[in-house]
Design a protein around this ligand. Structure first.
Ligand code: SAH
Ligand code: SF4
Length: 343
């Protein structure tokens, strides 16, 4: 919701504080779809709000559910015409998580990612980011979806730390008990590897989870497929992680996409284990092996047996590792498939 506009109207009309709170509660907690429904408000105020304050900063173009109904994708049309996407995922029975975008498109240009391949459009505002969570909260109620919704992951389109100012403001809206009222421990941010973002997160939001999309454990390979590595290489990321752990002792997830013949050999597992050990505090680093989801690029996913061998190889070296399940691939709603195309 456009909170700034609401504040302006509240000031202009000299509304008592309880009024503004009542309006905020109705939108964020009671699922009011239009201010006109709020018959407890004076008529002129209702009409002014309806005219000037938008509950959603985007239009929902389309909602697509996977066959198993465990992944639901919404295509959003921003007020300036660009397209962004958000996904609602049942991660465990009765547990729902929103995967939200921080940008329309992405400038990082990772070779394996559909978002990156389609280029950067613009940063999302704090409101456009937090409204994705508001949208799923209401959708869940309207569709009578049972279970809890207490997780939000910044793993949709875009690099969150390249839009830190707005992401930070969106986090405040998510965490504010009067607004979306999420717990910090249920929120995770995934980065392609921007060192100052990693350190800022530890300093400013120490309870929010961090995921680092490492994917390659040598600079040669990482630079080849992730141009961001030219700006901050593995040594720079090691430095950022060391600082992170000097500030907080919190588990960090290392995302590792498994690409057939590219980064899935025994040597790759060894390189990864050595890199993780070199960071120090290796017990706080958890490797997630991610199956590659098909995009227009020429990569193919590693075989299940190869992934298992890779997992075992890390495990034997004392590293915490799990093979992640991919969800939503049949609706192009899985990681790396958010292309921003209107379907
Ligand atoms: N830009 C941030 C967050 C969004 S991407 C980042 O890169 O971390 C969310 C995750 O999906 C990242 O770990 C990303 O590397 C991964 N991903 C990208 N393309 C993928 C693909 N084709 N299959 C599976 N995961 C992919
Ligand atoms: Fe951007 Fe993340 Fe995709 Fe890389 S993987 S292009 S950083 S969204």
């Amino acid at each position: 919701m456009n909170l700034k506009k609401l504040q302006e109207i509240a000031e202009e009309k000299k509304l008592p504080q309880y009024r503004a709170k009542q309006i905020i509660r109705a939108v964020y907690h009671e699922g009011v779809g239009s201010f006109l429904e709020m018959t407890t408000l004076p008529k002129d105020l209702r009409e002014a709000l309806e005219k000037e304050v938008q509950i959603f900063s985007f239009a929902v173009e389309k909602i697509i559910a996977a066959k198993n109904r465990q992944t639901i994708k919404a295509i959003l049309k921003l007020s300036t015409g660009e397209i962004s996407e958000t996904v609602f995922i049942q991660t465990k029975p009765g547990m729902w998580s929103a995967c939200i975008s921080s940008q329309a498109g992405c400038a990082m240009n990772c070779a394996f990612c559909a978002t990156g391949q389609n280029g950067f459009k613009r940063n999302l505002t704090a409101e456009e980011i937090s409204d994705q969570v508001l949208f799923w909260k209401r959708y869940k109620t309207q569709q009578n979806i049972t279970g809890t919704f207490s997780n939000v992951v910044y793993m949709g389109m875009g690099e969150p730390f390249a839009n830190w100012k707005n992401v930070k403001e969106s986090l405040r809206i998510l965490l504010d008990p009067a607004l979306l009222a999420f717990g910090a421990r249920g929120i995770s941010i995934s980065t392609s590897g921007m060192p100052e973002g990693i350190v800022n997160l530890a300093k400013e939001f120490p309870q929010i989870n961090l995921a680092l999309s490492l994917h390659f454990a040598t600079d040669e390979k990482r630079t080849k497929y992730m141009p961001v590595n030219k700006y901050a290489n593995l040594a720079a990321l090691r430095g950022a992680l060391k600082t992170y752990f000097s500030l907080i002792k919190r588990k960090v997830f290392i995302e590792y996409l498994m690409l057939d013949g590219v980064n899935d050999t025994k040597e790759d597992a060894q390189d990864l284990a050595e890199y993780i050990t070199s960071v120090g505090n290796a017990y706080l680093l958890y490797v997630n092996l991610i199956p590659y989801n098909t995009t227009a690029s020429s990569f193919t996913a590693s075989f299940t047996d190869t992934m298992r061998a890779f997992r075992n190889s890390l495990f034997r070296r004392g590293i915490s590792v799990t093979v992640r399940k991919s969800m939503g691939a049949d609706i192009d709603g899985a990681c790396g498939q958010l292309a921003g195309s209107s379907v």
